[in-house]
Design a protein around this ligand. Structure first.
Ligand SMILES: Cc1cc2nc3c(=O)[nH]c(=O)nc-3n(C[C@H](O)[C@H](O)[C@H](O)COP(=O)(O)OP(=O)(O)OC[C@H]3O[C@@H](n4cnc5c(N)ncnc54)[C@H](O)[C@@H]3O)c2cc1C
Length: 267
């Protein structure tokens, strides 16, 4: 690990001021990804700004037809929230299935989506539920937020404050996980709500993506049978020791059907 200046601001304004004076700054939320990156000397920030002391980034609440989750909310807090379980049980399932107990006690929703790991669960949650990312200076729809592998629409120094999830009529999240890390080989969030049907897939490609053919079919008939015959092309899907692109393409259809059934059972 290289030396750096450590800061712990107590407000977003203070955090922004600390950034503006830094040569190259990094935020730290739960440190689940960033600490490994620093230990392996893959990054050399001059300043590390700890978001843990900023009260504005905490809290989970039901606000009308939305659930708003502060960026520093730990995965366990989301999994255990009565507001989340009552309004969007699929999101509580998603958060409760991330990693292991230690990761869920430290990892945050803000850190997860800022990192945009291709196998992370929350990107499917945000895209599949049609959420909006609220930062310190704008609002970004999930459709525009996840750009590519480990790349988002965030500008340098931009801080995620919260994520706003519209409450769907029904939703289901299922993943086929890699048993050691529990990252998704393929994870699918399916929802039906005011904005129609959404199907978002993580783990299969370089970044989370929607499957419009499945969305159209489910819009006509919200049942697992309606998408049983839909195969996505394997071109461009991820290949690693855990699975080939063809295997992942096959899993998308299987897991999407299970997500539809989960949505039907939960609501
Ligand atoms: C062993 C292990 C297993 C895991 N398994 C899973 C899994 O099954 N599914 C899954 O989805 N994830 C998994 N993860 C990832 C984990 O859930 C964390 O969400 C992820 O590592 C990010 O960690 P963090 O929230 O602590 O953020 P940090 O590591 O502190 O930060 C990550 C990045 O986000 C930036 N950042 C953090 N907060 C903000 C903010 N508010 N605004 C702007 N930028 C910000 C930081 O600058 C940094 O670049 C696993 C991690 C580990 C170590």
């Amino acid at each position: 690990m290289y030396d750096f200046q450590y800061h712990r601001p107590t407000s977003l304004d203070e955090a922004s001021r600390m950034l503006s004076g830094a040569e190259e700054a990094s935020f730290i939320a739960g440190g689940q990804t960033l600490l490994q990156t620093l230990r392996q000397r893959l990054a050399q920030p001059s300043d590390v700004v700890d978001l843990g002391g900023i009260a504005e980034l905490r809290g989970i609440s039901r606000e009308g037809d939305n659930v708003v989750i502060g960026a520093m909310s730990r995965h366990n807090e989301v999994a255990g929230s009565a507001d989340v379980a009552g309004a969007i049980p699929a999101l509580a399932t998603l958060a409760g299935g991330i990693g292991d107990a230690q990761v869920r006690n430290m990892g945050t929703i803000g850190g997860s989506i800022a990192n945009n790991d291709p196998a992370a669960d929350y990107p499917a949650g945000l895209l599949g539920l049609g959420a909006t990312v609220v930062t310190n200076n704008r609002e970004i729809p999930a459709d525009d937020f996840f750009v590519d592998m480990f790349e988002t629409a965030l500008e340098p120094g931009e801080i995620i404050r919260s994520v706003r999830f519209p409450v769907p009529q029904r939703a289901g999240y299922v993943k086929f996980d890699q048993p050691a890390s529990r990252y998704a080989l393929v994870g699918v969030m399916v929802s039906q709500g005011a904005g129609g049907v959404r199907v978002a897939v993580t783990g299969a490609g370089p970044s989370v993506f929607r499957v419009s053919e499945m969305e159209d079919a489910l819009g006509r008939d919200f049942s697992a049978d309606a998408i049983a015959g839909i195969r996505i092309p394997s071109d461009g899907l991820n290949a690693d020791i855990h699975g080939s692109p063809e295997y992942r393409a096959h899993l998308v259809t299987v897991i999407a059907q299970r997500a539809v059934n989960a949505a039907l059972q939960a609501h």
